[in-house]
Each structure stands twice: as structure tokens, then as C-alpha cells.
Design a protein around this ligand. Structure first.
Ligand code: FEC
Length: 305
């Protein structure tokens, strides 16, 4: 008899302004932080009003609770850079009696620097104490593509799909991130019957090395040069409203668009939309089915409960 649970992972966000220095230190992993960068980050969070509520952590909790209801299994949240940590989620799942754990990241596209890092954190925490079924990528999951395309019927604007940039060296390392992003964008555009689209990155950090481009803000200039007047930003690499959406797109990119005289709108993020939660539930169910097949081959009949 086996018992399954889900560890649902997200980037994590500081709960209050006072948490920002520790949160940023965690992201930097011990590398130095320029005081002006920290001050800038605190200011961004202050302007988004996180003293009163933090969008990312609240949304992740709502998504977690909805997924738990939808699949009837315990779902534990584990944050990469904040609390509860991925290791805490793993311990809670084990303490709850789980001996099979589905690891699912709230980011659809694989990079060794993103989903790979979540995976390493969860594997280290579990230390072989449970059977891990890790969902490595889901950016081309048919249900997810349908869900994304449904939000995109007939826009009267040029669509720009966006995702978090990463250091450009990942291309030399053979990382599949960019290919996966372009493939998701293509599939969504095709399913929605959109021909007028492009792709840009966002949220690059000034870490002293080149990052993948073009950046959305520069890309707007290029679109204006092509006489585009209306832009619809579709952040395909993200699934919730957080700093990178509410600041980088809703504030910075929108300001640049206004300067250029371009209308910029953004698609609504999936967050805890029931149709999106159903997509997540499908990913969990398939991971469990794959896991169930293994012991059956050895002649046992497990049940995921
Ligand atoms: O709402 C929030 O409070 C958190 C929003 C947030 C999300 C997010 C997602 C991704 N990141 C990824 C990669 C990097 C790399 C660095 C980096 C830096 C930051 C900083 C903040 C931040 N990220 Fe982020 N990221 C979010 C927030 N991210 C804040 C630090 C300030 C700054 O540099 O602007 C560079 C680290 C370094 O300095 O070495 C690399 C990737 C994702 C998408 C996948 C995922 O969600 O995990 C990739 C949300």
C-alpha cells in the first residue's frame, strides 16, 4: 500500500519589506549584493505595496489549495527562495506518510538553471526516502496549450510572448530553455490562429554577463519601427502575478510603451483559475500513472492514496 503527495514548487517572494534583504541574499546564494541594487529592489516591492499583501505567495497558496481539492491528495508548497522552503515541504510530505511524491514546479519550461535547480533541491531534501516522480517540463502539454490559446482569441494587436531571461551562456551549454519557450509560443499562436506574434525576454539581471535577448523594452522600439501600434504581452514563461509581471511588464514595459505612443496590454495570468488548476491536476495524474506502472511490472498492484 502506497501513499502519494505532491510538492508544488514556486520561486517564492518576501512576505514583507523587511524580508527583502534576506530574500535577495538567498537569490544571490552568498555572492555579493550591490547596496544600490538592494535599495532598488526594496523600492520596487514597496511600490507594489507588499506591506499589505504579497501577490505571489498568496496566489501560490490559493493554487495549492485548489489543486489539493481537485486531486484529493495532500499538496505541500515548497519555495525556492523563501518560506516554506522546498526542504520543509518534503519533510511535511514525508511526515504525512507519503512514500511517493510528485514534484511539480509552477514554471513550465526546463532550464538547468530553473527547473533543474528545483529538482536538485527536492532530491537533496528527500534523500531517497520516497519515490520521486518529478515533472521536468510541461510547456507543450496539450491541455496547457489549449488553456493558453483560449485566452488569445482574435486579438487586435501584435502578440509578444515573454519569459524570464537567463544568462546567454546556457545556449552554449545546450540548455533546452529557449527552444521550449519558442515551441510553446508557436503552439499557442497556432492553436489560437495568430500569425502576428514575436518573442522577447524580460527581467534580466545586471550580473555582469550577457543575458538572452531581445529584452521586451528594447523589443518595443523594434516593433514601433515596424509600425506596430498595439501590443499584447503574453508572459508564457510565468503562471502567476508576481513582481516580474507587475513591475517589469505592468510598470516598466508599459511606461516605455507610453513613451513610444504604443498601446500595451497584458494577458491575464493563470493564477488559480480552475481551468489552469485542472491542467496541473492532469500533470500530477499522469506522473502518478507513470509511477504506478513501475511496481506493476514487478507483479504488484499499488494504489495511490
Ligand atoms: O514576486 C516575487 O517576489 C518574485 C518574482 C520572481 C519570479 C522569478 C522567476 C524566475 N527567476 C529566474 C531566474 C533568475 C536569475 C536571477 C534572478 C534574480 C531575481 C531577483 C528577483 C527575482 N529574480 Fe528571478 N524571479 C523573481 C524575482 N532570477 C527579485 C533579484 C533581483 C534582480 O536581479 O532583478 C539572477 C540571480 C543572480 O543575481 O545571480 C538567474 C527564472 C525564473 C522563472 C522560473 C521560476 O519561476 O522559477 C528562470 C517569479
Amino acid at each position: 500500500m502506497t501513499s502519494a503527495a505532491v510538492v508544488l514548487m514556486a520561486y517564492g517572494s518576501p512576505d514583507t519589506l523587511d524580508d527583502v534583504p534576506a530574500y535577495y541574499a538567498d537569490i544571490r546564494g552568498g555572492r555579493p549584493i550591490a547596496p544600490e541594487r538592494l535599495a532598488e529592489l526594496v523600492e520596487r516591492y514597496r511600490r507594489l505595496g507588499i506591506e499589505r499583501s504579497n501577490p505571489l505567495n498568496e496566489i501560490t497558496e490559493r493554487t495549492r489549495a485548489a489543486l489539493e481539492r481537485e486531486i484529493g491528495l495532500s499538496v505541500y508548497t515548497g519555495m525556492r527562495h523563501w518560506r516554506p522552503r522546498i526542504a520543509e515541504a518534503a519533510e511535511r510530505a514525508l511526515a504525512g506518510g507519503a512514500d511517493a511524491i510528485v514534484g511539480l514546479v509552477l514554471a513550465p519550461h526546463y532550464s538547468a538553471m530553473s527547473i533543474g535547480a528545483y529538482r536538485r533541491a527536492l532530491e537533496t531534501a528527500l534523500a531517497d526516502r520516497a519515490d520521486l516522480r518529478f515533472v521536468e517540463r510541461w510547456g507543450t502539454d496539450p491541455g496547457f496549450i489549449r488553456f493558453l490559446a483560449d485566452r488569445l482569441r482574435g486579438p487586435d494587436a501584435h502578440v509578444v510572448f515573454t519569459a524570464h531571461s537567463l544568462p546567454a551562456r546556457i545556449l552554449d551549454e545546450g540548455d533546452p530553455y529557449e527552444q521550449e519557450l519558442l515551441e510553446s509560443s508557436r503552439l499557442v499562436a497556432e492553436a489560437a490562429g495568430i500569425e502576428d506574434w514575436s518573442f522577447a525576454y524580460q527581467s534580466a539581471s545586471p550580473t555582469g554577463e550577457p543575458w538572452l535577448g531581445p529584452d521586451i523594452v528594447e523589443h518595443l522600439d523594434a516593433l514601433v519601427a515596424r509600425d506596430v501600434e498595439r501590443v499584447l504581452v503574453y508572459p508564457i514563461g510565468f503562471v502567476s502575478d508576481h513582481l516580474e509581471i507587475r513591475w517589469d511588464i505592468d510598470t516598466e514595459a508599459r511606461e516605455r510603451a507610453a513613451e513610444l505612443g504604443v498601446t500595451l496590454e497584458r494577458i491575464e495570468m493563470p493564477n488559480d483559475d480552475p481551468a489552469f488548476v485542472a491542467v496541473l491536476a492532469g500533470l500530477v495524474a499522469r506522473a502518478l500513472q507513470a509511477w504506478q506502472r513501475k511496481p506493476q511490472q514487478a507483479g504488484q498492484l499499488p494504489s495511490a492514496g
